[in-house]
Design a protein around this ligand. Structure first.
Ligand code: PEP
Ligand code: MN
Length: 336
């Protein structure tokens, strides 16, 4: 059960409400976000909802049968829209396109990518400065200095930044230079990181774990929301299955299932989802048709020279073609 508290609730009224919830055999968890104050009541007993609904200081009360609560579609009337400022919005019915290299490499690469995005009307650039790599000897990113350089170039061009944060200690140094914090697939269940991102007033995109279920992804989002941050979106990026013909198996099912289960925007990452450059486009298009709110993919001036993930990275001509096709799908409004 989710109870949204009135802005004018008094301390006495809140205590009275918590006592009533406890008496029903429910555990009351207080949640404060940028948007509202809630009590998330956990329990299973049947009761007449009017016993609570008539108490003073309540804005709204909803039963939510799912085990995750605040991210569930069952209580929020409107879908979550993430506003990045300057007219850049995610989840408002348009298809958000986010593109850029796997790793941020140098000034020229950043500027080339920004120019490419601008020429094609894309407002959000992806890229990693802290890179989770399977091998410790692989390129692990330019770090915070790379992010600052990227930020200065992106800001001049009105381009928004989505980049991965790998650990709690990086949040504070990154927060002024990012528009969206990405939680990578290897960190989906890093609950300390999720808790801390709940305390930040910046959007967070959580990727599905490499072997994670859809439900686990929703629970990860519940961590961030219940710690205070409603500016959240989810990303399907392929899962590990027995199939070896592709790097991962993009789970197209996850798109409509997530759209039905949560009010949060759902993003598709076809680059990591299939891991093969020639097939990024069809997977991206399929995800858009399936109702994704956005697509995030890797592009680079010269994929063969990319510091990481070149094998799944589109060159700018391929990227421009994909953007064009995604825009056409959007015009057909196949999405939701
Ligand atoms: C990335 O976006 O470059 C990345 C490392 O993604 P994932 O966490 O999905 O593997
Ligand atoms: Mn990558």
């Amino acid at each position: 059960m989710i109870i949204q508290l009135s802005k004018h609730i008094t301390a006495d009224q809140r205590d009275q409400l918590i006592a009533a919830i406890t008496k029903l055999g429910y555990k009351a968890n207080g949640v404060t976000t940028q948007v509202a104050n809630y009590i998330v009541a956990i329990g299973k007993k049947e009761f007449d909802i009017r016993t609570l609904g008539n108490l003073p200081g309540i804005e709204d009360i909803h039963r939510v049968s799912d085990d995750y609560k605040l991210v569930s579609n069952k209580w929020k009337v409107n879908r979550t829209v993430i506003d990045l400022g300057d007219g850049v919005r995610i989840g408002d019915g348009s298809l958000a396109i986010m593109a850029g290299p796997c790793s941020i490499e140098n000034e020229k690469q950043i500027q080339d990518t920004i120019d490419h995005l601008k020429q094609n009307g894309v407002r959000i650039m992806r890229g990693g400065v802290f890179k989770p790599r399977s091998s410790p000897y692989a390129f692990r990113g330019l770090g915070i200095e790379g992010l600052k350089l990227w930020y200065s170039l992106a800001k001049q061009s009105g381009i928004k930044i989505v980049t991965e944060v790998m650990q709690v200690s990086q949040i504070a140094e990154m927060v002024d230079y990012v528009d969206v914090f990405q939680v990578g697939a290897r960190n989906t269940q890093n609950f300390n990181l999720l808790d801390e991102l709940g305390k930040v007033d910046k959007p967070v995109m959580i990727k599905r774990g490499i072997s994670g279920t859809i439900e686990e992804l929703l629970y990860s989002a519940e961590y961030v929301f219940s710690a205070g941050n409603e500016k959240l979106m989810l990303c399907e990026r392929g899962i590990r299955t027995y199939e070896r013909a592709s790097r991962n198996t993009f789970d197209i099912n996850a798109i409509p299932i997530l759209k039905e289960k949560t009010h949060l925007p759902v993003i598709a990452d076809p680059s990591h989802g299939i891991g093969i450059r020639e097939f990024v486009e069809p997977v991206a298009l399929a995800a858009a048709v399936a109702g994704a709110d956005g697509v995030i993919y890797e592009t680079h001036q010269k994929p063969e020279e990319a510091f990481s993930d070149g094998q799944q990275t589109l060159d700018f001509a391929e990227s421009a073609r994909l953007i064009n096709k995604l825009n056409k799908i959007q015009q057909l409004s196949f999405g939701n």
